[in-house]
Design a protein around this ligand. Structure first.
Ligand code: DLL
Length: 436
């Protein structure tokens, strides 16, 4: 049975020393490609006094400079592109305005390799061409829908490109077409489960056998809840737009961490404060170097996700290193309803709309759905407005925030000076969800 659980068996079970040799060969080529074609990164390397000739293999990785989200911002939109634009066939992107938006470019080969990574995740979750795979991640610029859609095609599953939302329709297609694999965010999976229970479905009436859930933090308790309600095995999947999208790492049947697709992504753990590379098993910030990417290669990209790597042998037979679930972030990014939100984006909107940046974000999870409230202080002039006037202001501010973030907050305009001032760093975020 395990025999069928690989999509690319040779590479997924490759002995570690061979894998490291392969990574070394690919790294040398990738560094050369970047140095020759990306002036932005070439300048970073020159500044650090490193030349492509200094990189002989993975043991030299630490010599390279890091790349951060702020580099992506500086280089927006084409500054990190390593091939002519005419060789690109696709972009994907994160939410946010120009400054915060990440736009990733793909050649056809980049799309192919990305879809292979997603196919590996689907096969590890038991997917075959006999399966019906319901993809309920968002489609469009977000990488979730397109990535899993491509992976599902590669495996040969009948693919239901549902996109997110419209729960009634999700349930109708799931039950009428006997979907066996569900791909969506864990919070949406839990919500779908609840909706099915409300309609009187028992786990044994639900055709699903597995779920591939990621894009946001989720706990073991949540996993158990989803598995019980839907009567499935729930697998974690990880990725980020910058590195192509979902499928950078995925869980196998052992469910004890996610195998990183190491033939395409080289992982390091660093101390987020000093940048020092930490030994295997240490908790720190995850850094990725792409090994095959053509259009948007990234060397030593700091993900800001805090986790632990482990190369303990895995009963599934895969040799690729595992990452733990992300345990937090080394920046202030929040993931609300699967969307990445930075407090600075909220601040920008407040200033644009004529408010002072005295605000507080309150996030909670009620019935498996994230609630997102933004409390904003009014100026004394606004405060004297009528109730209907305040309601209209709240609505208008919520609209401006929705345009910036892509998700709808509930805005509460509060009395001037009513948000507690702190002595030190302002407390901008109250996250009541217990996600880690
Ligand atoms: O969330 C890509 C994705 C789509 C992954 C579908 C899995 C499934 P971004 O929107 O760029 O890309 O957000 C990336 O989301 O740095 C993590 O902080 C977080 N994240 C992604 N997967 C997981 C996971 C997609 N399984 C950011 N567990 C990353 C916890 C996750 N956090």
């Amino acid at each position: 049975m395990e025999e069928q659980r690989y999509y690319q068996k040779e590479i997924e079970t490759m002995p570690v020393d061979e894998l490291k040799k392969l990574q070394s060969e690919k790294l040398v080529k990738q560094v050369k490609h970047v140095y020759e074609n990306v002036p932005y990164y070439r300048a970073l390397m020159d500044e650090k006094g490193v030349k492509p000739e200094d990189i002989h293999g993975i043991e030299d990785l630490h010599l390279l400079p890091f790349l951060t989200k702020s580099d992506l911002r500086d280089a927006y939109p084409y500054g990190l592109l390593a091939v002519p634009l005419e060789d690109c066939v696709r972009i994907q992107s994160t939410s946010g305005t120009t400054g915060r938006r990440v736009v990733a470019f793909y050649t056809q080969k980049d799309v192919d390799l990305w879809e292979d990574c997603c196919a590996r995740a689907i096969v590890a979750a038991g997917g075959t061409k006999q399966d019906v795979c319901q993809v309920a991640y968002g489609y469009g610029l977000f990488t979730g829908g397109p990535g899993l859609n491509g992976g599902s095609h590669r495996v040969g599953c009948l693919t239901l490109p549902m996109s997110s939302g419209n729960t009634e329709r999700q349930i109708q297609f799931m039950t009428d077409l006997n979907a066996t694999i569900l791909c969506c965010t864990p919070s949406y999976a839990a919500y779908l489960g609840e909706s099915l229970v409300e309609k009187g479905y028992k786990p044994e009436d639900i055709p699903l056998k597995a779920g591939i859930f990621g894009a946001e933090p989720w706990t073991e308790e949540m996993r158990q809840g989803i598995e019980k309600t839907l009567g499935i095995k729930a697998y974690d999947i990880y990725g980020l737009t910058e590195t192509s999208g979902p499928g950078v790492a995925f869980e196998c049947c052992e469910q004890s961490g996610m195998h990183i697709n190491e033939d395409h992504f080289l992982a390091e753990i660093i101390d987020p404060d000093t940048g020092e590379v930490l030994p295997e098993g240490s908790k720190g910030e995850l850094v990725f170097t792409s090994l095959d990417k053509e259009a948007f290669p990234l060397l030593r990209y700091r993900t800001r996700d805090i986790c632990v790597l482990s190369r303990k042998p895995c009963s599934c037979g895969r040799t690729h290193i595992k990452m733990s679930k992300p345990m937090g972030r080394s920046d202030d990014m929040l993931i609300i309803r699967g969307v990445n939100v930075f407090p600075s984006q909220i601040e920008t909107v407040l200033l644009n709309e004529g408010y002072q940046p005295n605000y507080q974000i309150v996030v909670d999870r009620v019935n498996n759905t994230d609630t997102f409230d933004v409390n904003v202080e009014m100026s004394p002039e606004q405060f004297s407005d009528t109730v209907s006037g305040v309601t209209a202001l709240e609505k208008s501010l919520a609209g401006a925030l929705k345009t910036m973030l892509g998700i709808n907050p509930t805005v509460h305009l509060v009395a001037p000076k009513s948000i507690t001032r702190s002595e030190g760093k302002a407390v901008r975020i109250i996250d009541k969800r217990k996600l880690i």
